[in-house]
Design a binder for this molecule. Sequence first.
Ligand SMILES: *[C@@H]1O[C@H](CO)[C@@H](O)[C@H](O)[C@H]1NC(C)=O
Ligand SMILES: *[C@@H]1O[C@H](CO)[C@@H](O)[C@H](O)[C@H]1NC(C)=O
Ligand SMILES: *[C@@H]1O[C@H](CO)[C@@H](O)[C@H](O)[C@H]1NC(C)=O
Ligand SMILES: *[C@@H]1O[C@H](CO)[C@@H](O)[C@H](O)[C@H]1NC(C)=O
Ligand SMILES: *[C@@H]1O[C@H](CO)[C@@H](O)[C@H](O)[C@H]1NC(C)=O
Ligand SMILES: *[C@@H]1O[C@H](CO)[C@@H](O)[C@H](O)[C@H]1NC(C)=O
Ligand SMILES: *[C@@H]1O[C@H](CO)[C@@H](O)[C@H](O)[C@H]1NC(C)=O
Ligand SMILES: *[C@@H]1O[C@H](CO)[C@@H](O)[C@H](O)[C@H]1NC(C)=O
Ligand SMILES: *[C@@H]1O[C@H](CO)[C@@H](O)[C@H](O)[C@H]1NC(C)=O
Ligand SMILES: *[C@@H]1O[C@H](CO)[C@@H](O)[C@H](O)[C@H]1NC(C)=O
Length: 840
Amino acid sequence: MKTSVNGIPMLFLLLILLLRLIPKITSVNDTLTTTQSIKDGETMISADGSFELGFFSPSNPSKRYLGIWYKKTSNQTVVWVANREVPLINTSGVLEVIKPGLLVLRSYTNNIIIWSSNSSASVPNPVAQLLETGNLVVKDAHQDNPEMFLWQSFDYPTDTFLPGMKLGSNFATGLEVYISSWKSNEDPAPGEYTYYLDTNGYPQGFLKNGSVLVYRTGPWNGLEFSGIPSLRINPIFSYEFVINNTEIYYTYKQLTSTIIKFTLSPIGAGQCWIWENQSMNWLVYPCLSTDNCDRYGLCGEYGSCNIGNSATCGCLDKFSPKYPDKWANGDWSNGCIRRVSLDCRRGDGFVKYSGLKLPDTYNSSYNSSIYLEECRRVCLKNCSCTAYSSLDISIGGGESGCLLWFGDLIDMKVISDAGQDIYIRMASSESENFTPFLHGSDGKKGKLLVIILTLLLVMLLSALGFMFYLQRRKKKLPKQKKEEMPGQILNMAYTDNHHKKELDLPLFQLSRIIKATNNFSFDKKLGEGGFGPVYKGVLEEGQEVAVKRLSEYSKQGFVEFKNEVICIAKLQHRNLVKLLGYCIERKEKILIYEYMPNKSLDFFIFDQTRKKSLDWLTCFHIIQGVARGLLYLHQDSRLRIIHRDLKASNILLDADMNPKISDFGTARSFGGNETEANTSQVVGTHGYISPEYAVDGLFSIKSDVFSFGVILLEIVSGKRNRGFSHHGHNHNLIGHAWKLYKEGRAVEIVDCHLLGSPSYSLDVLRAIHVGLLCVQKCPEDRPNMSSVVFMLGNEGHLPEAKQPGFFTERYVVLNDKNSSNTPASSSSNGEITITLLEAR
Ligand SMILES: *[C@@H]1O[C@H](CO)[C@@H](O)[C@H](O)[C@H]1NC(C)=O
Ligand SMILES: *[C@@H]1O[C@H](CO)[C@@H](O)[C@H](O)[C@H]1NC(C)=O
Ligand SMILES: *[C@@H]1O[C@H](CO)[C@@H](O)[C@H](O)[C@H]1NC(C)=O
Ligand SMILES: *[C@@H]1O[C@H](CO)[C@@H](O)[C@H](O)[C@H]1NC(C)=O
Ligand SMILES: *[C@@H]1O[C@H](CO)[C@@H](O)[C@H](O)[C@H]1NC(C)=O
Ligand SMILES: *[C@@H]1O[C@H](CO)[C@@H](O)[C@H](O)[C@H]1NC(C)=O
Ligand SMILES: *[C@@H]1O[C@H](CO)[C@@H](O)[C@H](O)[C@H]1NC(C)=O
Ligand SMILES: *[C@@H]1O[C@H](CO)[C@@H](O)[C@H](O)[C@H]1NC(C)=O
Ligand SMILES: *[C@@H]1O[C@H](CO)[C@@H](O)[C@H](O)[C@H]1NC(C)=O
Ligand SMILES: *[C@@H]1O[C@H](CO)[C@@H](O)[C@H](O)[C@H]1NC(C)=O
């Protein structure tokens, strides 16, 4: 009896001893006290193991830096560096906390201090702690109030803006928090670029290259920065902007457990990073919008840039170029001037401009306690006030607060639909004030008259414009080849002679293409796309290319052609097919793409033998790739694109089976916040088209999501949605999958060769579930692509899928009203591209 009683405490003692010994050998826990230290090779880990602090070398092993990185991501992703500029040259570094409250990094061999935190305050018992947020703080051992930290790394960020950091200024302490890029990927020293919150006037985010302002986010409008509307809808993080007398800052927090961060790359790209658990990789996408229109002050004063017009500048309405000659030559820097100059004493008025990124607020003032109407009066009273707008569009019907501009207005950009309203001061004869009706007591009548007058004016102006255009065209034609160039109409509203310059894409000579394709020989033909044949070509240098020759009779006229060229030239993503160049010569319109040796997805998944070469991992890789490509199309901030004709034959596969989305002839760019549009021309493919689009002509990003869902189900089942038959019912593939899913037998739609595949797993069921969510009948129920990418890449609860749209085969009578005019409506592989045109 005695021995057994004694044995247990002995074991406990041993265990406790062991537990006490382990931390001492390897590392301290998340807290470093004055009696401990961290040597090179040792690390400190935050309480739940999210972050780790220690020594690292970005490349050259003889340069050691003290830094913080994620513990949970597989690659060492550094988020903070202490001794950015002064690396240790060997492993003699040691980090300590010393009284009265300093963090010191020194070399223990010669005791030289390499780096130290600085704070003038002192506490009796200082410790350093690595918090779960990635913040390294110095504080008193018994103090957890963030206000009482002596020092924190969040106040001195490097190139990474982490959730919870406050980017901005504190006027009480004089602290300004900003991020600065690394010099290069190998050198954490401060590089050329800084991103900070400028607090002159109403605050806005500035990106500088050295001392040159290159980009501006626009002022905060209560929901987002005026120039980055795409960030508003976001399931992963939310923002907060605080402005009061003591501090002005901008912060964000994560809404899920997903690891996210924002960084400024050495070449000045603002990037959002999302860690994907499933693929163990970072999903990186640009999140400061940086299209050509975002170059600071590109169009000069009172100019506005429109990316939809190949990033060309236009003058705001009622303004004209200051130097018309320079302007016509593409030198927009001098901007525009008023047609009628202001006369403050005789009374000015205001003209409302909509859909803009608000101009630079450097010379502005604001008052959040008044409303728009009052704001107008305040601005009118001060002769140097040039414009006003509301401050916070999220409250008070969008008319809350007052933002006033003084001096000339610069750096505006068209953001159709998501942009904001601004009221610009105008001479009374140019402004609405001039119309006496507005001030009359009979407001309604007055408004009606104004509308009629405006309409008449618009008609007159467009008639004049058209005549002007015709005249110009006549003058131009003799110089050019005698050819119809209907595409010029596209640019009529803007200067049309610059788009070629902006179109940064090689122009191929026809002779070169004829040589490459052996004069479009039949045996080089790869297939027939919606708009004409595609050939394989070999350029002189030996590079293989795919040559898409637009059929002369193709419905894809010059407009669609240019649409595709401009569209793809601006889009670069590993899951989108790459355009190498184009050719317009004689009657030929030709696109040159990178060559895809593995043809298209339908070539594999619907072929009994070839499909066997695809195991589940490859299939999943393809599904994820398509999802990412589509996410890029939908959410990239430069051009938001709806593909409109996504199908298995439009997913091309490169040598490594990476999927690439192709065929943008029908794609539509849509404005920042615009997610839906109506069209009289329905373009799409039977079997992939969503109900609301086929029936009502209503297309949105959710129509693409539907098509994606169909493709996903086709990959998993190895069967075409269209033409699917089953003896038990007359549902199509979607309907069949839905039926089985409801009965808990979803696994039965999985193609047998995948079931046998060694890598097959529960992921397949999850993918089917996601596919069914995408094809739900109501567009609002379908997830957006960022959620799809997220759901595919992570575990977690998925919502129940509701009834899909178009689940029986005979769903709609597609009525091709002028079929004789649409020779492009059929294609070679038995799929029908539907082109519905309203009779005109
Ligand atoms: C970490 O170490 C400090 C000091 O050694 C100790 O007070 C604290 O309780 C430890 N925390 C944990 C979670 O072990
Ligand atoms: C992670 O590290 C491996 C090996 O160093 C590298 O091949 C891979 O590209 C890295 N991944 C990322 C996302 O940096
Ligand atoms: C590390 O480098 C320092 C010079 O910075 C030198 O004095 C010291 O001897 C070196 N220590 C070791 C272990 O090489
Ligand atoms: C701390 O150091 C930073 C630069 O490393 C400096 O800008 C700041 O003024 C210093 N603060 C104090 C209180 O000395
Ligand atoms: C940034 O500035 C440097 C030096 O002024 C210049 O060489 C570089 O081209 C600039 N980068 C960009 C992207 O403008
Ligand atoms: C400023 O806002 C912050 C955050 O909301 C708040 O903590 C602080 O007390 C405010 N300061 C003043 C002077 O209102
Ligand atoms: C990702 O994986 C980590 C560790 O494997 C886990 O802690 C975390 O909860 C996962 N996140 C999600 C969103 O699944
Ligand atoms: C602000 O006003 C000053 C003085 O009038 C002027 O020099 C400067 O260009 C203005 N800045 C902006 C961005 O409008
Ligand atoms: C804002 O406007 C109100 C009403 O006109 C005025 O009382 C207040 O002083 C203004 N605030 C500022 C900061 O100008
Ligand atoms: C107009 O506003 C500017 C900027 O706020 C100010 O400096 C100036 O004194 C004002 N002028 C008048 C007449 O109120």
